[in-house]
Design a protein around this ligand. Structure first.
Ligand code: SF4
Length: 215
């Protein structure tokens, strides 16, 4: 189970975006409307990685275009980051859900083997965009990029080196990473204002890391 055979070698983002629609690297493509590839500029210095497309993203074909995306936009703005300067994507490209109470689709977390199967797409995006900083939104993205022993509760909001394996040797220099809470977890929280403040604070660390050094 892997996306590897479906990922065109040396393709740029338009070629990857087209090819992902034919991916059958795991079972998640069967029930989803479409694959939802990343969005943003190839020259972005910042890549934001979430878990998977949600219900609205699955219908629209755009990552972070539902309620969690709206909250992410607000958090980025408060942290001084222009979303247009970032490339936004997910660890898996197809929506995983179960059906309950008639037709309503309920988000299901992708399992470890599905995330691993989809990794070649994220690796290809990172190879092409070649960012200076990757912000992992939630534990799934953090463990995909920083290792399965990474614990968001212990290490969120801290800048760490992005492992070489996450960039497959296509770097022009060292890259860093930072993990924080997923915007949908902010929306679900009992005290969402406090959680939003925490997300904004973590994103401010990212903004500072990307700011030009004086002199
Ligand atoms: Fe392919 Fe990823 Fe979709 Fe699985 S989730 S079918 S690996 S694009």
């Amino acid at each position: 189970m892997s996306a590897e055979p479906y990922v065109p070698a040396r393709a740029r983002l338009p070629g990857l975006r087209k090819a992902v629609q034919s991916c059958a690297g795991c079972a998640l493509h069967r029930d989803a409307t479409q694959a939802v590839f990343g969005s943003g500029s190839e020259s972005a210095r910042l890549v934001l990685v979430g878990e998977q497309p949600g219900d609205q993203e699955d219908r629209k074909g755009q990552p972070f275009s539902g309620p969690a995306g709206g909250l992410l936009d607000r958090a980025l703005e408060r942290a001084g980051i222009d979303r247009d300067d970032a490339y936004v994507t997910n660890a898996t490209k197809h929506f995983k859900f179960s059906r309950q109470r008639g037709k309503r689709r309920i988000h299901q977390k992708p399992n470890r083997s599905e995330v691993a199967a989809c990794w070649p797409w994220l690796a290809a995006e990172l190879r092409v965009v070649d960012p200076d900083l990757v912000v992992c939104l939630g534990a799934t993205a953090a463990q995909t990029l920083l290792g399965t022993t990474f614990r968001l509760t212990r290490s969120r909001g801290r800048l760490v080196d992005l492992p070489e394996s996450a960039l497959a040797g296509h770097r022009h220099g060292p890259a860093r990473a930072l993990a924080t809470i997923h915007p949908s977890a902010v929306l679900r929280a009992d005290d969402s204002e406090t959680e939003l403040e925490g997300l904004v604070n973590d994103l401010r660390v990212a903004a500072e890391a990307l700011a030009p050094t004086p002199g």
